[in-house]
Design a protein around this ligand. Structure first.
Ligand code: CO
Length: 252
């Protein structure tokens, strides 16, 4: 069942999502060669709590940290550690906030120092595919119209979309209906309606789409060892254009 949000609920979603955006923006400046992912985790955790909010991921199904930090061939759910970032790496930071009964969820893949041009293209195409998907999140369209548009953009650029992880509805729960795959045919699934809040999150691999989970039980990595990128926004479906809630300037 897809839960539509009232104006009062949407205001609370906006609060949680604004903290996601501000925190990701603050972390951006820390991402450089020589820093550890654990140092970034500490700042993220403190920043979220200083906004009287709770890091949504910590303890979620036993996840041990406040953010996910996934490096290079790590797709998602990388656990912050003493790993030192090096020039040419990419770092995906996924961050969830719980505030006043509602969740916000967002992710960005950052370059570390100077990255190869093909990896730069992976980041660009993945972010573009997120915005293309968001643009399809309009009243009357169906969920898979988002999915299809993301897959099409990614594959026409020679990359692949991860299948086993998908986007999701979000609100009083971190994961609500509907699931939002980053692949599929057009015109399938539920119709989009005003008041739906969705976390759209393409995970894009430079090589094949297959992933496997490391022995830590969390970190998803590409099977072929090639890099992977992840961009995510929480958005609101309105009668007008979709509104990106996890952006500091909400005018898109
Ligand atoms: Co998400």
């Amino acid at each position: 069942m897809i839960i539509l949000k009232s104006p009062e609920e949407i205001e609370k979603m906006e609060q949680a999502c604004r903290i996601v955006a501000m925190t990701l923006n603050a972390l951006k400046g820390m991402v450089r060669p020589g820093i550890t992912t654990e140092e970034i985790e500490k700042v993220a955790d403190a920043s979220i709590r200083s906004n009287n909010a709770i890091p949504a991921f910590k303890g979620y199904r036993g996840y041990p940290a406040s953010i996910c930090t996934s490096v290079n061939d790590e797709v998602i759910h990388g656990i912050p550690s003493k790993r030192v970032l090096r020039d040419g790496d990419i770092l995906s930071i996924d961050l969830g906030v719980y505030k006043d009964g509602f969740y916000g969820d967002g992710a960005v893949t950052f370059p570390v120092g100077k990255i190869d041009s093909d990896v730069e293209r992976l980041l660009r195409v993945t972010e573009e595919s997120l915005y293309i998907g968001i643009d399809r999140a309009r009243v009357g369209n169906r969920v898979s119209d988002i999915s299809y548009s993301i897959q099409r953009h990614v594959e026409s650029n020679g990359f692949s979309v991860v299948r086993v992880f998908v986007g999701h509805g979000i609100g009083r729960d971190l994961h609500e209906d509907p699931q939002i795959p980053n692949f599929g045919l057009q015109g399938r699934g539920p119709r989009l309606r005003e008041g739906m809040t969705l976390a759209i999150e393409p995970m894009v691999n430079a090589g094949g789409y297959e992933v496997t989970i490391l022995n830590d039980g969390w970190t998803a990595v590409t099977v072929d060892g090639k890099p992977s990128a992840h961009f995510e926004h929480t958005i609101l479906v309105t009668q007008d254009r979709p509104v990106i809630l996890t952006k500091i300037d909400q005018k898109n």
